[in-house]
Ligand binder design. Structure first.
Ligand SMILES: [Zn+2]
Length: 158
């Protein structure tokens, strides 16, 4: 004997009628509007809860929550658009001079630059690496120190 499931609701699925073409299957309308044919066993035992949109929703929500966490972490690490981790790191591994922001250029001179809000700010061209280093250090004091102070304060207030 077969149960009549017509009109019954299983989570997102509402049973419309028996599927005449498939044994023990029922035509269901999902809350999202999709029509699906589902095996009665799956309906009754809650194995099928939707046309598939339920699982897709959950997958999407999961992705969104991961994105939220990442965004929050990024926000915490950057103030005024400048990444704190970038400020506190020492020389770039790809910096040939061994000094962050100082690059040797043609003619044996050195240029110094500082990164602000993801953009490089040129600090000038210098004859010696010492001068370039000094310019860079001064720029760090001017541009980075307030940001680092702000970051430290933010952490203390937590
Ligand atoms: Zn659906």
């Amino acid at each position: 004997m077969e149960k009549d499931l017509t009109g019954k609701k299983f989570e997102r699925l509402t049973v419309i009628k028996k599927d005449e073409d498939r044994k023990n299957h029922w035509i269901c309308k999902c809350d999202c509007g999709n029509i699906v044919s589902v095996l009665d066993f799956y309906l009754i035992h809650g194995k099928t809860k939707s046309c598939g949109c339920y699982r897709a929703d959950r997958a999407r929500k999961h992705l969104e929550s991961i994105r939220d966490i990442t965004n929050k972490a990024n926000k915490e690490l950057s103030i005024d658009g400048t990444r704190i981790s970038a400020l506190t790191k020492s020389a770039c591994s790809n910096s040939k001079t061994g000094v962050k922001g100082v690059i040797k250029v043609d003619g044996g001179k050195y240029t110094a630059a500082i990164k602000l809000r993801g953009k490089s700010k040129h600090l000038g061209t210098f004859d010696t690496i010492e001068e370039a280093k000094r310019a860079r250090k001064e720029a760090e004091k001017v541009y980075y120190q307030p940001i680092i102070d702000k970051y430290k304060k933010m952490k203390e207030n937590k």
